[in-house]
Design a binder for this molecule. Structure first.
Ligand SMILES: Nc1ncnc2c1ncn2[C@@H]1O[C@H](COP(=O)(O)OP(=O)(O)OP(=O)(O)O)[C@@H](O)[C@H]1O
Length: 541
């Protein structure tokens, strides 16, 4: 683990500002530590040797202590602000980047891992900024200053500190290597735990129905045990490494003290200098020891930021920047020899697929489950990059166009409707935010959902609506857009015959181009043309 990931500085301006402020505070702290030691040594030596009054030194010492307290407060404020700003910057960047990577990249386990990362995961950066980084800066500034000052009074003591001090970072690096693997293991266990809980809670009704709810207890216990033992071994390592560093620092200070004592007795060193060296010696080791202490608390934060960078460094699919997308109301759309292979799959999901979509046509894509029908829609939307072949509109390849502008030509109803919490009207208005109530009502009627009130509440992921209602609201959301092409993935699955008939009528009424994945006869019959995916054959309905 690198002490400071340069990517963090590159990606988050707040981290750079924070580091600069920390260096200023670190240098100030170093100077105050030296001033404090000098004043203390002078005061004690003055009282002991010459019986001088301590008042003026005490005032100066008081001022130094207050100044140190102020610097610590400033460091705390700067650190908390920086942590909050960096977390929000990284969250925003990860969200934006994953949106650009698209729903296919996000699908499956990745979405829950990302949820853990963006919520609880990034909060682990708090101790990294509040404790670890400031100490790291102090470790880089204070010992150097302290040794330099010591050298002006006692070269041998300064030399002893300079030789023993590097042992601490060497030990820290060794401990760091061991910690890194532990921290990763703990993070993985936490992620598995989060997924497992989410899955069990989401699937509780099903598990109860099949009498498997009790069996989950054992599984949850197994996963939590793994997490517990990973956490315990991290803690064990943290305690052990603190002990090792403390021991090393104590022995080093003792070495300095013995040398100073001997030279003092032999009369080669004055009392004031000896006191100053003795007060300063522990201060030289302290920042490094504390870096070691906070290192473990911050390791989770660094692991989280590494995951953030893994997402941010996932290359975006190549895309063009042309914004002159042809209007698909009047322009045909073609797929030539499109072959798609998902990462990690040997078999292509779609193999040499051709399709010619004329404006205003209603086309049904049919074929057995898993043959690649949804993949055709994903290719058209630019969510999946074909390994071979091309999508063409008006003589230009689709990937020459800016993806968001290209996607404005389409309204998409995926297999999972993806509704959000709010009301039915809120969800329909995602298609057109400025739509009037009448327009929303019309879209709902077009989707065969005229009976749904606009203010009917919708829960998270469409809860509080039936499966069929969710589909029809998602369809209304597509119908209310003015996109010339509708891409519908089994839009009438789960609907009764009447609702299906209403949907079919609604689709045809708009006069738009429709490309729909269809299994049900009523929907297939409503199409102008049926295309069997996976056979390269066109069958006219
Ligand atoms: N994100 C993905 N990662 C890996 N493989 C995928 C992914 N999405 C789909 N596949 C695979 O690609 C193949 C085609 O999937 P697709 O969803 O396009 O089929 P489909 O014809 O729409 O199926 P269905 O009718 O069941 O919805 C399947 O074998 C599927 O397992």
């Amino acid at each position: 683990m690198k002490p400071l990931d340069p990517r963090l500085l590159r990606r988050a301006r707040a981290a750079r500002v924070f580091l600069a402020a920390s260096v200023v505070i670190g240098v100030g702290t170093g100077l105050l530590i030296i001033a404090q030691a000098v004043l203390l040594a002078r005061g004690v030596a003055g009282v002991v040797l010459h019986g001088e009054p301590i008042v003026s030194v005490a005032w100066a010492l008081g001022a130094v202590v207050v100044a140190r307290a102020l610097l610590m407060w400033a460091q705390e404020v700067v650190a908390q602000r920086a942590a909050a700003a960096v977390k929000s910057t990284l969250r925003r960047q990860v969200l934006e980047h994953s949106l650009k990577l698209g729903p296919v990249w996000l699908s499956g386990e990745r979405s829950s891992a990302l949820t853990t990362l963006l919520t609880r995961g990034l909060d682990d950066l708090d101790p990294y900024f509040a404790r670890y980084l400031p100490q790291l800066v102090l470790a880089a500034t204070v010992p150097a200053g302290v040794i330099a000052w010591m050298a002006t009074g006692d070269l041998i003591a300064a030399g002893t500190v300079a030789i023993t001090l590097p042992l601490i970072p060497i030990f820290m690096v060794l401990i760091g290597w061991a910690t890194q693997a532990h921290s990763r293991r703990r993070r993985r266990a936490l992620s598995v735990l989060a997924h497992h809980f989410a899955d069990v809670v989401a699937g509780l009704p099903t598990l109860k129905l099949f009498g498997r709810a009790k069996a989950q207890e054992a599984a949850v216990r197994r996963v939590t045990d793994k997490h517990r033992s990973a956490s315990m071994s991290s803690l064990r390592l943290a305690f052990l490494s603190s002990f090792a560093l403390e021991l090393l620092a104590s022995i080093s200070v003792a070495l300095v003290a013995v040398g100073v004592g001997l030279r003092l007795v032999e009369g080669r060193l004055g009392l004031e200098t000896a006191l100053m060296v003795l007060i300063l010696a522990p201060e030289a080791y302290l920042p490094l020891r504390q870096v070691g202490m906070h290192f473990h608390a911050s390791a989770d934060g660094v692991a989280a930021s590494e995951e953030v960078f893994r997402v941010l460094e996932t290359p975006l699919p190549a895309s063009g920047d042309r914004t002159d997308v042809p209007d698909l109301r009047t322009t045909a759309l073609q797929l030539y020899d499109v072959t798609v292979r998902y990462p990690g799959r040997d078999e292509p999901a779609l193999d040499g697929f051709d399709l010619d979509v004329r404006p205003g046509e209603v086309i049904a894509l049919t074929g057995p489950s898993g043959v690649g029908k949804s993949t055709v829609l994903a290719v058209l939307l630019g969510f999946v990059q074909p390994e071979r072949g091309v999508v063409v509109a008006g003589g230009s390849a689709a990937d020459e166009f800016e993806p968001t502008v290209w996607r404005r030509q389409f309204a998409w109803v995926p297999q999972r409707p993806g509704l959000r919490m709010g009301t039915v009207a809120d969800n329909v208005r995602l298609g057109r935010p400025d739509a009037s109530d009448d327009a929303v009502r019309l879209a709902l009627i077009g989707a065969g959902a005229g009976e749904l009130g606009l203010d009917k509440p919708v829960g998270e992921q469409g809860q509080l609506l039936s499966g069929g209602q969710q589909r029809r609201v998602a369809l209304a959301r597509a119908l209310i857009t003015d996109a010339p092409v509708l891409l519908l993935d089994e839009p009438t699955a789960g609907l009764d015959a009447d609702a299906e008939a209403a949907v079919v009528a609604g689709l045809r009424a708009g006069g738009r181009t429709v490309l729909m994945v269809a299994h049900r006869p009523a929907l297939i019959a409503a199409a102008d043309r049926t295309v069997e995916v996976g056979t390269r054959e066109l069958v006219n309905a």
